[in-house]
Design a protein around this ligand. Structure first.
Ligand SMILES: [Zn+2]
Length: 443
């Protein structure tokens, strides 16, 4: 917490290291084979239909999977770049999110993951899944009827092209072979560890106490995730596995890099992804309910807004910063040194955020302002527990962070903003109309 000014620089340096793939990630090499699986989550096909169960008063179930297409999701398949959905591995047909391998000659360890485009920290996740058909030729034996929900994960952008599994906490989904017992909703820990009963658990997988689900039946798996405090795996309303303090495994080089970047080895939030590990699998619901911590309200708001407004389309880089709260590299943004007169608007919703008259030269590598347009910017505790995040009040777009007391200007305030979160409109040109999120009911 010493010098907030340096934090963004540190992040940028580390991100650069990650992007350059300096350490091969080992998440999948050390793991005992029988443990890998990733899956996706539950979303309602038709939108936010709430089941009205006893938890409904805590929030609303939100459909992460819309039942129509892969909007909001990004594939990352091993040996391919993020965004390349090799052989149409992840597809939507008949309202189902299907994981298929009919375009593969042989599986060839091309482990795939489908990432939801926003991170979460406190939530309940509910999926309905089933295994179908025959395993892809060349798939590993342990991957028979195997998928998983990867939680508190890294982003597809920090994975290297050759990386097999995202560093994450995995709720392993397994199907029975028709005879032998085989639990599901197990825990696997690619690049991570957890604490159980006060002890650090370093084995790669831990079985749940579940029954066996044979055949092609639909199974509803649920997970309750409360930041770094506790994660509970739930089946048929019963907790079948519970643990605390999910954390990066500091024995793994790639995890150490992520820990440096996060400023901690503890995992309190991250991506959600489902898997493609060689056995065909369907998901018919992937649903999420945000639980109460204040920092998640912005996420909830963004989710609500996404349903109701057509914001400006975003490039992958813009989405990385605006939706996934990433940071552009220092001294690379198009507006860092801009001194022209005009107005900076939100790139996503066009809301006017900053006047050029409040911009100053901080030498920090990002556009800096000592004041915002009144009511345009919301301040939130950052997920890192140290900084203060700033988001567009209208649409929830991530802008950057605000730092106080550095003495740059008489207002003693520095809004450190990513250029890609904004668009500059020179003085004299008309401002485009703001796209209203209509999120007044979001909270
Ligand atoms: Zn906005």
């Amino acid at each position: 917490m010493s010098l907030p000014t340096h934090v963004p620089v540190l992040f940028t340096v580390l991100m650069t290291i990650l992007a350059s793939g300096c350490g091969p990630q080992q998440t999948a090499r050390n793991p005992p084979i029988s443990q890998l699986s990733d899956v996706v989550f539950p979303a309602d096909q038709q939108g936010p239909e709430v089941s009205g169960d006893e938890d409904a008063d805590q929030g609303k179930w939100i459909a992460l999977f819309n039942g129509k297409d892969l909007t909001g999701w990004t594939p990352k398949i091993r040996y391919h770049e993020a965004g390349d959905n090799f052989a149409d591995t992840f597809r939507v047909e008949d309202g189902l999110l299907k994981v298929r391998y009919d375009g593969y000659e042989s599986f060839g360890e091309k482990f795939g993951h489908l990432f939801y485009d926003q991170p979460f920290s406190h939530y309940r996740l509910r999926v309905e899944y089933r295994f179908v058909g025959e395993q892809c030729p060349g798939g590993p034996g342990w991957a028979f009827r195997n998928n998983g929900l990867m939680l508190h994960g890294e982003s597809p952008e920090t994975m290297t092209k050759d990386q097999d599994f995202p560093t994450s906490i995995e709720v392993q989904l397994l199907g029975g072979d028709g005879t032998k017992p085989r639990t599901t909703s197990n825990l696997c820990t690619p690049g991570t560890n957890v604490v159980m009963d006060g002890k650090l658990i370093t084995v790669h997988c831990t079985s749940s106490t579940s029954q066996t689900y044979h055949g092609d039946q639909w199974v509803t798996a649920e997970v309750e995730v409360r930041g770094n405090e506790v994660i509970r795996h739930i089946l048929d309303g019963e907790v079948v596995l519970e643990y605390n303090q999910p954390q990066l495994d500091m024995r793994v080089p790639h995890s150490r890099v992520l820990a440096e970047r996060n400023g901690s080895n503890l995992l309190s939030s991250g991506t959600i992804s489902i898997q493609a590990e060689s056995h065909p699998c369907d998901f018919r619901k992937i649903e999420l309910m945000v639980l109460d911590p204040p920092e998640d309200k912005a996420t909830a708001k963004v989710m609500q807004d996404k349903k109701k407004a057509e914001y400006n389309p975003l490039t992958a880089q813009e989405a990385y910063v605006i939706l996934r709260k990433g940071t552009e590299r220092a001294f690379t943004g198009e507006y860092t040194d801009l001194k022209e007169e005009g107005t900076f608007i939100c790139r996503r919703c066009n809301a006017a955020l900053y006047h050029s008259s409040d911009k100053f030269d901080s030498q920090c590598g990002w556009p800096s302002f000592d004041d915002e347009i009144e009511g345009a910017v919301l301040r939130l505790p950052d997920a890192d527990g140290r900084r203060t995040e700033i988001v567009c009040k209208n649409c929830g777009a991530h802008l950057g962070h605000v730092f106080l007391g550095e003495g740059f200007t008489t207002k003693n305030t520095r809004h450190c903003v990513n250029s890609v979160s904004m668009r500059f409109i020179p003085k004299g040109q008309p401002l485009p109309p703001m796209i209203v999120g209509n999120a007044s009911d979001a909270e």
